[in-house]
Design a protein around this ligand. Structure first.
Ligand code: NAP
Ligand code: ZN
Length: 362
C-alpha cells in the first residue's frame, strides 16, 4: 500500500545518512528512490564531497531546511540502470550529479543553459521534486536523476577527485569565466581557502591568472604558495599587508561561509574591479557604498553553473589536471568531519568513501 513514509514511497530501497533536526547530527536513514524513468540514469554512489552548504543545511542555518535531510550534492558513481530514452549514458559509465536534479526546461534561463538560475529548479536534496516527494542527496548508496542533470566524468579523473568539482569546482569556475577573470595576466583575489577557495586558486592558475589568497588562517600560507601555486598570501587581520595591497586586484572571488567585513576587500580592488560573492553566510553583510562609487567597482553574486558549463568545467579539469585536494573519510567519520569543517580545519575538501564504508542497516 502506498504510504508517505520515505522508506516506502518509491519502489527502490535506499540507505544513507540523514540529519533529523538542527543539531545537524547525521545518523542512519532508510528511504527509497523512484523507479528509473525513461529519461533517468540510476547510479551507485561511490563518493560524495562534503560542501559547507551541507553544514549550513543540516544545521538549518539558512532557515529553509526540512527533516529528515540527506545532504550531499557532490556525488560520483557508476551507472547501474538507464531508462529506455536515455541517450548519453549506459550501464557502467562514470557519472556525477551536482546541486540540481531538475528545472523547468522552458524559461529563458533554462533555454540559455542556465538551469542554475531557473526559478523552479529542484535542488538535489531537501526540496520537493515534481512528483511531490522530497529530494535526498548523495550521503547515500544510490542516486537517480534525469540524464540532463547527470555529468560524465572523464576517464583519467578519479571519481573521488571528480566529486568536489560538481559543486565547489563549478561554483568558482563559472564566475571566473562569466566575469572575465580568466584572462592571462590578470590579478585576482580569493577570499577563504576552503573547498571553493582552493578550487578557485587552481582554476585561476590554470587560466594563467595571478592569485592572491586572503585568509584568516596563517597555517595555510606555506602550502597555498608552495603547493596550490598562489602568488601572494594575505592574512586579512594583518592591517599593514592589507594596506600595502590596496588597489591591486582586478577581481575577487569571495568564498567565505560566515559574516565578514567587505570594506577591506573592496579596498583591494582596482578601479572597475569586481567583487563576486559565492560564499553564503546566514546573515546579510554590511555593504559600504562609498568605496564602490569612488572607483566604479562592482559587487555581484554567482550560484553554481548550468549543466553545459558543468560538463565543460569537468572536461577542462581533466584536461589540465585541475584536481581538488581531498581528505577521503569513512562514513562513520562524517559527524567529526562536519565539526572540523565548521572550524575551517580541512585541506581542503572532505570526500566520503560511500562505496567502501556505507554499511546498509539490517
Ligand atoms: P569551507 O570549505 O568551509 O571554506 C570556507 C572558508 O572561509 C574557510 O576555509 C575559511 O578560510 C573562511 N572562513 C570561515 N569562517 C570565516 C570567518 N568567520 N571569517 C572569515 N573567513 C572565514 O566552505 P566551502 O564549502 O568552500 O563553502 C563556502 C561558502 O560557499 C559556504 O557558505 C557555502 O554554503 C557557499 N557555497 C555557495 C555556492 C554557490 O553556488 N554560490 C556553492 C557552494 C557553496 P580561511 O581559513 O582561509 O580563512
Ligand atoms: Zn555545495
Amino acid at each position: 500500500m502506498a504510504t508517505t513514509q520515505p522508506e516506502f514511497e518509491h519502489p527502490n530501497k535506499a540507505f544513507g545518512l540523514a540529519a533529523r533536526d538542527s543539531s545537524g547530527l547525521l545518523s542512519s536513514f532508510n528511504f527509497s528512490r523512484r523507479e528509473t524513468g525513461e529519461k533517468d540514469v540510476a547510479f551507485r554512489v561511490l563518493y560524495c564531497g562534503i560542501c559547507h552548504s551541507d553544514l549550513h543545511m543540516v544545521k538549518n542555518e539558512w532557515g529553509v531546511s526540512t527533516y529528515p535531510l540527506v545532504p550531499g550534492h557532490e556525488i560520483a558513481g557508476i551507472v547501474t540502470e538507464v531508462g529506455s530514452k536515455v541517450e548519453k549514458f549506459k550501464v557502467g559509465d562514470r557519472v556525477g550529479v551536482g546541486c540540481m536534479v531538475d528545472s523547468c526546461r522552458t524559461c529563458q534561463n533554462c533555454e540559455d543553459n542556465l538551469e542554475n538560475y531557473c526559478p523552479t529548479k529542484t535542488l538535489t536534496y531537501g526540496e520537493k521534486y515534481s512528483d511531490g516527494t522530497i529530494t535526498y542527496g548523495g550521503y547515500s548508496d544510490s542516486m537517480v536523476a534525469d540524464e540532463h542533470f547527470v555529468v560524465r566524468i572523464p576517464d583519467g579523473l578519479p571519481l573521488e577527485a571528480a566529486a568536489p568539482l560538481l559543486c565547489a569546482g563549478i561554483t568558482v569556475y563559472s564566475p571566473l569565466k562569466y566575469f572575465g577573470l580568466d584572462k592571462l595576466g590578470l590579478r585576482i583575489g580569493v577570499v577563504g581557502l576552503g573547498g571553493l577557495g582552493h578550487m578557485a586558486v587552481k582554476f585561476a592558475k590554470a587560466f594563467g591568472v595571478n592569485v592572491t589568497v586572503i585568509s584568516t588562517s596563517p597555517n595555510k600560507e606555506k602550502e597555498a604558495i608552495e603547493h596550490l601555486g598562489a602568488d601572494t598570501f594575505l592574512i586579512s587581520r594583518d592591517q599593514d599587508k592589507m594596506q600595502a595591497a590596496i588597489g591591486t586586484l582586478d577581481g575577487i572571488i569571495d568564498t567565505v561561509s560566515a559574516v565578514h567585513p567587505l570594506l577591506p576587500l573592496i579596498g583591494l580592488l582596482k578601479s572597475n574591479g569586481k567583487l563576486v560573492m559565492v560564499g553564503a553566510p546566514e546573515k546579510p553583510l554590511e555593504l559600504p557604498v562609498f568605496p564602490l562609487i569612488m572607483g566604479r567597482k562592482l559587487i555581484a553574486g554567482s550560484a553554481i553553473g548550468g549543466m553545459k558549463e558543468t560538463q565543460e568545467m569537468i572536461d577542462f579539469a581533466a584536461k589540465h589536471n585541475v584536481k581538488p585536494d581531498i581528505e577521503v573519510i569513512p562514513v562513520d567519520y562524517v559527524n567529526t568531519a562536519m565539526e572540523r569543517l565548521a572550524k575551517a580545519d580541512v585541506k581542503y575538501r572532505f570526500v566520503i568513501d560511500i562505496g567502501n564504508t556505507l554499511k546498509t542497516s539490517s
